[in-house]
Design a protein around this ligand. Structure first.
Ligand SMILES: [Zn+2]
Length: 199
């Protein structure tokens, strides 16, 4: 094992980036740019923010991937070998990139992806780091799409899902505190923080 020391200075403005142990995603609270930690160091990623819904407030910000993808669902087979119609469309997904139990992640990713609203400037205040790589976010998108197809309850037997990422950005998501964890200030969906630990 090789020990790798990486300077966590913002590649854009040079300010110190703040993160915790396993974080690989960082937002700069000085300039608002975002970066991911790769094998060869910090790589800048285009960044934006989603704004709280009217009447809700941002008490803290957490990272997510905003992914625009060309989705193709094909070879959709129902039981007894009957084929049903597939589809193709460009879709936008928001996949939170911080640690939360999988069922919470799925729930909030679905809600946020349906509610993608106005984007705005990244706030110049501390934004928590994240751990979910873009590849894992795409896996999550696949999981959501397959879940949607299965929910159509027409005895789905198999299908092919192709996801071509057209554009990806890191996006800051506003949250309020709730007594079980974090309440999304866009969708109102509550997720447990980390591994279900109250904060
Ligand atoms: Zn910066």
């Amino acid at each position: 094992m090789t020990l790798r020391l990486v300077s966590l200075d913002c590649p854009s403005c040079g300010s110190a980036l703040h993160g915790e142990g396993l974080d690989t995603i960082f937002f700069c609270d000085h300039c608002g740019d975002a970066a991911t930690l790769e094998d060869d160091g910090l790589q800048m990623v285009e960044s934006t923010a989603l704004l709280p819904s009217p009447g809700r407030h941002a008490r803290e910000w957490r990272p997510a991937w905003l992914v625009e993808a060309e989705v193709t669902v094909s070879d959709r087979m129902r039981a007894k070998g009957r084929q049903s119609k597939g589809w193709q469309a460009r879709r936008t997904f928001v996949i939170p990139a911080f640690a939360t139990p999988l069922e919470d992640l799925t729930r909030i990713a679905r809600a946020l992806s349906e509610a993608v609203g106005e984007t705005g400037e990244v706030p110049r205040e501390p934004i928590h780091g994240g751990t979910l790589a873009l590849d894992d976010a795409v896996t999550m998108i696949r999981h959501i799409l397959i879940g949607n197809e299965v929910r159509k309850s027409d005895m789905l037997a198999s299908l092919q899902v192709d996801i071509e990422v057209v554009e990806s950005r890191l996006v800051a998501i506003p949250f309020e505190k709730s007594n079980v964890g974090l309440r999304c200030a866009i969708t109102g969906v509550t997720v447990r923080n980390e591994l279900g630990i109250r904060n």
